[in-house]
Design a protein around this ligand. Structure first.
Ligand code: ZN
Length: 154
C-alpha cells in the first residue's frame, strides 16, 4: 500500500493548510496565528486550537481548514479542536506580527501600550474595548491622530 504513506504525509498535510487565511484578518494565515498544533497519525487528524473562545472566526477557520484538506486530497484527515493549552497571542509568529502591522493593526503586546502602526509612536490611547470584531479593540494615536485597531491580548 504505497498510497498510505502518501496520504498521511505530515509535511504535505501541514503545507496544504498552512496558508489558509484567517477569515477576520485575511493577511494572516493559520500558520501565522500559530493555531495549528500538529498532526496525529492514528486516527489521522490535525490538531487546531481556537483563537479567542467565542470568537465567531473559530468555526470559519475550521471550515476553511476542512476545505483545504479536502482540496489537497486529505479527506481522511480530521480536525481536532484543542482547547488546552489555550491559544494566546504569543503564538503569533514574527511574520504574522509584521503582517498585522503592515495591515494597520497593532500587533499584540503584553504591555498596556500599543504602538501606532502608522507612525510608530507609543503615545496612543484605547478608545473602545470593542473594535470591528470581538478580537480587536479600537485605539487612537495621539501623535498622528490616526485611529487604529489593536489585537487584544489574553
Ligand atoms: Zn500615529
Amino acid at each position: 500500500m504505497a498510497t498510505a504513506a502518501t496520504i498521511l504525509d505530515e509535511a504535505a498535510i501541514m503545507a496544504a493548510i498552512a496558508d489558509v487565511p484567517d477569515p477576520e484578518i485575511p493577511v494572516l494565515t493559520v500558520g501565522d496565528l500559530g493555531i495549528i498544533r500538529g498532526f496525529v497519525a492514528n486516527p489521522p487528524r490535525v490538531r487546531v486550537s481556537p483563537t479567542y473562545t467565542g470568537c465567531p472566526a473559530t468555526v470559519a477557520i475550521e471550515h476553511s481548514i476542512r476545505e483545504a484538506l479536502d482540496k489537497a486530497g486529505f479527506q481522511a484527515v480530521h480536525i481536532e479542536r484543542v482547547l488546552f493549552p489555550p491559544w494566546t497571542t504569543e503564538w503569533i509568529t514574527q511574520r504574522g506580527r509584521e503582517r498585522l502591522k503592515a495591515y494597520g493593526i497593532a500587533p499584540p503586546n503584553p504591555s498596556a501600550l500599543a504602538e501606532c502602526p502608522q507612525c510608530g509612536s507609543a503615545d496612543t490611547e484605547e478608545v473602545s474595548r470593542f473594535g470591528a470584531t470581538p478580537c480587536k479593540a479600537q485605539w487612537r494615536c495621539k501623535s498622528c491622530l490616526e485611529p487604529f485597531e489593536r489585537f487584544k491580548c489574553h
